[in-house]
Design a protein around this ligand. Structure first.
Ligand code: AHM
Ligand code: MG
Length: 281
């Protein structure tokens, strides 16, 4: 294993990805329990969390492991903190649509905000398994085969936006956001699949914007800052795009609690500028 703990984390995630993928078919049943943010857990959610938790805890130079699927931070030694969404978009398991794994590596004790991120990445379980890792410079894209990463080159957001996807029910959207979306509909093509990683991957590939807004009855939206929003913002910002909670970069949002939610947007600068000008939450 790589001596550098950050490299070792991504090596471990790549090595575990085929196992996660292979373990999904038998773990599609819903458990009679919810995670800390009230999502119904599937067998696959809990299993992927345990697998990644065990593997990442064993990496030298990792001090904390936290995940969307467990209540508390696990103290696993000395070093960086790793925050994981083990199976992002797991409700897609029922309909057999894509899902992902999200990883953020923080140089600080959790909960802490995106300013402490030193690297972030994701795995996408699509027709093939791919991975994107951001650390310094442009993120690197990979195909994962037999648990090994094969580079497919740097990841750079296209200059022209093409696609958009926003989560939540439209009747629950704040009216200023709904008005902004009307403008977006006239310019871009709707591509929404209900798994953040898969939808962000479309934005990274074709340009555009992905987001999950504040909702009228839930002002912080749905996505979790430490496990989803900040890591994906880190990746997209390194790829030449921007991120926002409607007001500022997701990397500047302070973390008060481990499972805190935030409105989440990533994409081309022009799209994020228009969004920030339009919403007031
Ligand atoms: P999960 O990590 O528990 O699956 O929840 C997060 C997912 C995101 O991947 C996705 O963007 C969003 O929830 C979809 O929510 P909705 O179905 O409300 O549009
Ligand atoms: Mg998720």
């Amino acid at each position: 294993m790589a001596a550098d703990p950050i490299e070792a984390v991504f090596e471990t995630v790549a090595a575990t990805a085929p196992e996660i993928r292979a373990g999904l078919p038998g773990r599609r049943t819903t458990l009679d329990q919810q995670n800390e943010t009230g999502d119904q857990q599937l067998q696959a959610d809990v299993w992927a969390d345990e697998l990644l938790g065990d593997r990442l805890a064993a990496v030298e130079g990792i001090g904390e492991y936290a995940s969307e699927e467990r209540k508390e931070v696990a103290d696993v030694g000395e070093g960086y903190a790793v925050a994981v969404d083990p199976l992002d978009g797991s409700s897609n398991l029922k309909s057999n649509n894509p899902m992902g794994t999200v990883v953020g590596i923080y140089d600080g004790s959790l909960p802490t905000g995106g300013h402490d991120l030193v690297a972030a990445g994701f795995v996408l379980y699509g027709p093939i398994t791919t991975m994107v890792v951001a650390r310094e410079g442009r993120p690197e894209g990979y195909v994962v085969e037999d648990g090994q990463r094969r580079s497919i080159g740097p990841v750079e957001l296209p200059e022209e936006p093409t696609v958009f996807g926003f989560g939540g029910r439209e009747p629950d959207w704040p009216t200023d956001f709904a008005a902004y979306v009307e403008g977006v509909r006239n310019e871009l093509k709707l591509r929404y699949g209900g798994a953040m990683i898969a939808d962000v991957s479309q934005v990274l590939t074709y340009g555009g914007i992905f987001g999950y807004p504040a909702l009228q009855n839930r002002p912080s939206g749905k996505l979790r800052l430490l496990f989803e929003a900040a890591p994906i913002a880190y990746v997209v910002e390194h790829a030449g795009g921007r991120s926002s909670d409607g007001d500022r970069s997701l990397l500047s949002v302070p973390a008060n609690t481990l499972h805190q939610r935030t409105p989440t947007f990533v994409g081309n600068e022009s799209c994020i500028e228009d969004l920030e000008a339009a919403v007031d939450w």
